[in-house]
Design a protein around this ligand. Sequence first.
Ligand code: MG
Length: 206
Amino acid sequence: EGSVVNPGQSSVNAVMTAPSDANVLFDGKDLSAWIGKDGKAPKWDVKEGVLTVKKGTGDIRTKQMFEDFQLHVEWKVPVNITGSGQARGNSGIFLQGRYEIQILDNYKNRTYSNGQAGSVYKQTPPLKNVLRPPGEWNVYDIIYTAPRFKIDGTILYPARVTIIHNGVVIQNNTEIRGHTPFVGLPKYTAQGKGPIALQDHPDPSE
Ligand code: MG
């Protein structure tokens, strides 16, 4: 799919810690910074420092609301993943609760270009496919500038996003054209700060 790049090796045994001014949303221990479906405690699993989607329990989102931010995310799909196309390890990160950066196992799994991992979903494909295979960690560093709105609620300027995936730029100051509908054109409605949300996608894959 697209232009495939081998991202090289990470220093897998290095212990990584957050920068001193970081707002740590998941510390490997609990989901105290998160809210689940209907405002209840999230039901996703936390085990051995890893947060895993619990299928069917719904998306989760941060309690804290954000405008502009830099976000570091490490993710992987299970080594025993099954399925194809969009039904293979589908999740996603919703910036301000609305604008989805896709998570998917499209390592040797063909799908539509703007549905690949690292796409602004249904808008802009990643510049490269830098995926690591199932069972290995992928890293996103996301630099996000929120949209701004006029007093009357119309758009002043759109959101922008830069994404570095496994050390390779895959979105370079990309304009986000609006929210993330499955069908139809993206559009903006005025909003203030919003959460960071993680997707529980209804596909049946692990
Ligand atoms: Mg998704």
